[in-house]
Every structure is written in structure tokens, then in C-alpha cells.
Design a protein around this ligand. Sequence first.
Ligand code: PMP
Length: 291
Amino acid sequence: PKNDNIQVFIKDRLFARSEAKVSVFDSSVQGGDAVWEGLRVYPEGVVCLDKHLTRLQESAKTLMFADIPSKEFIKNAIKQTLDANGMTDDTHIRLTLTRGEKITSGMDPRLNQNGSCLIVLSEWKPLVYDNNQGIKVISTSQRRNSPQFLDSKIHHNNLLNNIIAKIQANVAGKDAGLMLDDRGFVAELNGSNLFMVKNGKVFTPFGHACLPGITRNSVIKMCLKNDIEISEEDITLSQFYNADGVFATGTMGELTPIVEIDGRSISKNNSLQIKIIELFKTEVRNLCEKI
Ligand code: PMP
């Protein structure tokens, strides 16, 4: 109910939730032709704001969107939205930038003659997972896109692969779907990156077929700063089954222990993993940027 009366920013101004709509001619409706970011808000500010805005702009540039808004414009839209809703904490922002409204239906980006369209949707939302409990996952038959097909570095709204993986997890009664890459190595979960701890070292899959997650990057940097050995590797499912600890990373769940993969249980009591999760709770506040 808290989110019933929120204000949403679309293109150039705020709308009441009930009036917050995009046209049926919008590229996002017709082709999933949009890019997005999920942001988390603390009283200290927005976590890694500048990095999220860079990824949004770079994804839009790759896709040749017209009139990509400046960081100043987006920051101002975020500030207006947060202020209008009185939000300072426990808030998730879904930024979407669509290619905009088409003059007639069709796939061709030349039909978009009005520039791109920014949407700032902020809602009161706790972190998605209970970090104490941990989550259970299954490996799915749905492969993560590789650069051969659709570069995973573009943070786009073409999320059907990930949604199919999530459906498979739902059907199996688990929390998330694990996706392999096109070569059979572990890529990521359907909405977060993966790390494992083994013999006092930390490992994460190469960025080949996973989103270069901003939380992933923060964890790598934090480990290096704290003299924790970490490397990117090609990692198989059986290595994950036999890890001393496994955790997922993402803006919406932060660091979440994984306690089961395909029915194999994994301890969430590894001391190094506990240390990393604890360190991140402080680190995330240092990564906030005031707007
Ligand atoms: N992988 C996928 C497929 C995602 O959608 C997300 C969330 N954007 C992540 C990983 C985590 O990325 P980040 O740490 O930048 O939120």
C-alpha cells in the first residue's frame, strides 16, 4: 500500500502512479527496445550512481538511441522523483530508457523520431532476499547470451532468456535459476552475479557471458583492498557444488549466500564468506553518492 500513491517521472515530468503510462507506440512495448538500471537508495545517497548512469548511457549508445539524456538530466529526474515521494531509504529505483515513441508500428529505429524516453520509477522495497537465510537455486536449460548473439555488456530489456530461467526455478520451487554460458561454464543467476569460495580464495566467472555487475565489481575491488585473493575463472557446475561457500551479488539483493544448488547443499558458515558479506555492509554505505 505504501507504493499506491507514488509519483513516476516520464520523459520530462512527474505523473501520479495511475497516470504513469507509455504509449502503445513506445519501442519498449513493441520490441523490448529499451535499456535499464536498478538503483538502491540509502540515507547516504544512491549506491554507485555514476557507474549506473555510465552503463545506461553506454548501453543506449551501443543501441544508437537518439537524444540520450545527460547524467545531470537523469540525476535531476531522480532527485525530483525521490523528493516528490519523500524517499530517503529502503528504496529501489528502476531507471528505464526506451528508444521512444514510434510514428507507426514496426521494428526500424528510424520510426522513432521523438528521441529516447526516460522513466524513473522509485518504490519502497526491501532487499529481495533474506541474507541470513540464503537462497536455493537450480541450474536451468536456458543459456545466458554470449557476445556471439547479444552482448551481455548491454544492459537491455530483452530479458526473456532470464525470465525463462526464472520460470524454471519457480516450477522447481527454488529461488533463482542458474544459467550456464554457451560453452557450459557457469555464467550467473537469472538476475545476479555469482562468486564461490574455495580453500581460502574467492572465484567468479569471467565477464564473457555475464552482466559486468556493478556489485560484482565492488566486491572484486573490496577483496583486493582487504588482501583477499580473488580471480576470474571458467568455473564448472561441479566446482560450484563442491565450493566452501557460494554467494550471489546484485544491487537488489546485495550479497546473498546460496545454500543449495541442484539439491547439493552448501554451507553458509564459511568464515571468509561471512567476512566478505560483513565487509560489504559497511562498504555499500561508502559507495553511496548524494544527488
Ligand atoms: N546479472 C543480471 C542478469 C542482472 O539483471 C543484474 C541486475 N541488474 C545483475 C547481474 C547484477 O548487476 P548489478 O550488481 O549491477 O546490480
